[in-house]
Design a protein. Structure first.
Lengths: 413, 413
């Protein structure tokens, strides 16, 4: 009988790269000092991975769906529901969810600031949220949550909703807020609800005490919400339903928490875990160890700092983020190496030279103390090409992890 | 015009492994002295293979369907029909087949011995078989064949049969024989037939002369049959229909013979071929050569001893089984190397440390005197990772073999 273990998936966002001139032509993985990743590479199986498909640049959300074993072509609901779940709004199949910005408009609904100055404090956000959350428009209930700065998530629940409507955000200042229009037959109701809601948000927000104070301090009032990224929550089988496992996510960013919750993972809060280089790697390691020991069968740890450094064209910061993640993984291995099967990888390549996602494959190492080693001796995009995993796809990762961890029953006899 | 050759597929069951401490950290393939496999590896194309899919542990039956080029998800009928075909019972589409055990029950149908002492002789089996084969229950005909020890195969033929019924075997002694229940609407009839059949088998067997003799000798009587592994024979296109080839199987185990017959192979009897290390490797080589010379276009040779050694946690025996297979392949190459394209591989990994199937990929070498060599110099799981075949799936094997052997027409012009 195969022993059952916990599958640990560690994803460094956007960590794949191309040769970086500032690093002597090395990639960030090659330039970083990563004794723990290299030990995994030396004693595990390595490979390159097209997270979606060869040539297809992934988004972070679709990439993670694939890494969790879900075909993003079938299962991607759009960004809205994933952000909403990540913000703690439990959208359900049939709901339509949006990303939301607080913005500043004049009395003609002409956009003056698309982000209302960006600097909405948590206290201000709470007041603004209270004015919007729970609104009822026709037979549709509105749920709203403020997240950070000018951002929030909004969920519409009710019959016959559609995500196929046009944007209300003109994406430019000096232009009026747009009318949402149905993009397909059957979306008329949702467009009407959204148009009523945007106007109602202005009515409810413009005279709030919080905005009076902002104006007094010379700040733009947060007097309307602009919605974007609509998506309809689809029913997908959870990891629990597929494999009979308990799965957990440790992540700082709402999108990653939301994508993991979408496939049924529990969000485990880690004190000090953020989406930046200042995230508390020590706390993440401790909580990951605790989560593994608490009997979770699949633990997903997301590190965002690598992607931020890439978008900022900052190779040194990217190397630093990789080295800190390496140390974090080392701490986890010191404690629970015998209890896990681990994969370390990236969700896509974000070359620091480009500052945006590209289609280049990413390296992956799969390790447990019983897995057959290959000839690879270091963890990087270049070394991984010689590995025994060969060239896999993102959708292979979870079946591989759970197969080696003993959670996939034999097919046939 | 491409010269046509015979495709030879040699499968060592469960032969893939992980590093084995008793063998100095080598796998059985690495530890074994295999001059012939190594010659194939040096002058052929090597690769690693996920027989079903990455992370998916194969059964032997589903693995072989894949190796024969059939998607097991679509074409796997369950074990019953494959065992029945292997036992010489020609099940046909619509038939439902079972694996059968002779068991011992008391007069209340409480199970005393699930295997009736295991030691049913061929002579005893024949008498027992005669009491069951040809029974008619309602409009359903029962065919039964004794195979070895307490084992047999049983086929139900008639209208509207289903394999979706629950087990009658309580899988414990001291418990009564269970009532088969329909697991889906429409399976009621089959459950009823099976319940009648099991009770009827007791009536027909309990007073047989063979059982009176067994009781006199202090042996448990074989006084009932317990059925398991029901499966409905599905229509699949044969290899002949797909490729216009004549295919043959040389195997010792009923399951492998049956799976090969399911896709249209002829079973070629080899004197002394068994499912153990004592199988007559010399006779298998001679018969394989003869079968190739007789104009078969596809010859499948199955060696079971590697898997038995693995299930028994016996690395030395596994190495021995590999070395004997290597010598067998050497003899075949000596005679017909110019006439064949050969693939040597395993159907799955059964680590001696685990004693059960696992999801680790297996090595494969594809050779003919015209195939492009790669840089691999030995046949093993570790070496094969560097091969030119890359990382393939089980379903690629038959197309590759038949493609190189000249049996797959050009697609397009």
């Amino acid at each position: 009988m195969t022993e059952k273990r916990t599958a640990l998936l560690v994803v460094m966002d956007g960590a794949g790269d191309r040769p970086i001139p500032e690093l002597g032509g090395k990639t960030a993985f090659q330039a970083a000092d990563t004794p723990n990743f290299d030990r995994l590479a030396q004693t595990g199986m390595n490979g390159l991975m097209d997270v979606i498909a060869p040539g297809q640049t992934p988004g972070s959300d679709t990439a993670h769906l694939a890494l969790f074993g879900y075909d993003p072509i079938d299962s991607y609901p759009g960004r809205g529901p994933l952000e909403a779940l990540g913000a703690g709004l439990d959208s359900r199949p049939g709901d339509v969810a949006f990303r939301s910005n607080f913005a500043t408009v004049d009395s003609n609904l002409t956009v003056i600031d698309r982000r209302a100055g960006r600097d909405i404090s948590p206290e201000e956000g709470r007041e603004l949220q209270e004015a919007l959350d729970g609104l009822q428009i026709e037979d549709v209930t509105v749920r709203f949550v403020h997240t950070v700065e000018h951002r929030g998530a909004l969920v519409l629940s009710g019959p016959s909703l559609s995500a196929e409507i046009s944007d209300v955000d003109p994406h430019e200042t000096g232009k009026p807020v747009l009318e949402a229009r149905p993009l397909v037959p059957g979306a008329e109701k949702t467009a009407r609800i959204v148009n009523k809601l945007v106007r109602l948000s202005h009515e409810r927000l413009k005279d709030l005490e919080v905005n009076r104070r902002r104006v007094e301090r010379g700040l733009p009032p947060a007097n309307i919400i602009l919605l974007r990224g609509p998506g309809k929550h689809r029913e997908v089988p959870t990891l629990q339903q597929r494999y009979g496992i308990r799965a957990a996510v440790l992540a700082g960013g709402a999108l990653y928490i939301g994508t993991a919750r979408y496939v049924g993972m529990d969000h485990i809060h880690v004190e000090g875990q953020t989406g930046t280089i200042d995230t508390n790697f020590g706390n993440i390691a401790s909580k990951a160890i605790e989560t593994i020991r608490q009997g979770y069968n699949y633990v997903f740890v997301h590190i965002k700092a690598t992607d931020n450094a890439s978008h900022d064209h900052n190779p040194e910061q990217k190397v630093l983020a990789i080295e800190r993640t390496d140390a974090m993984v080392g701490r986890i291995l010191d404690e629970v190496a015998d209890d896990i099967v681990v994969a370390v990888t990236a969700d896509h390549t974000t070359p620091v030279s480009v500052g945006d996602h590209t289609c280049d494959p990413v390296p992956i190492v799969l390790w447990s103390d019983f897995i057959r080693p290959d000839s690879v001796t270091a963890f990087s995009e270049i070394d991984a090409a010689q590995g025994a995993l060969g060239h896999i796809r993102g959708m292979d990762v979870t079946p591989l992890l759970l197969g080696y961890a003993g959670w996939v029953p034999k097919f046939g006899s």
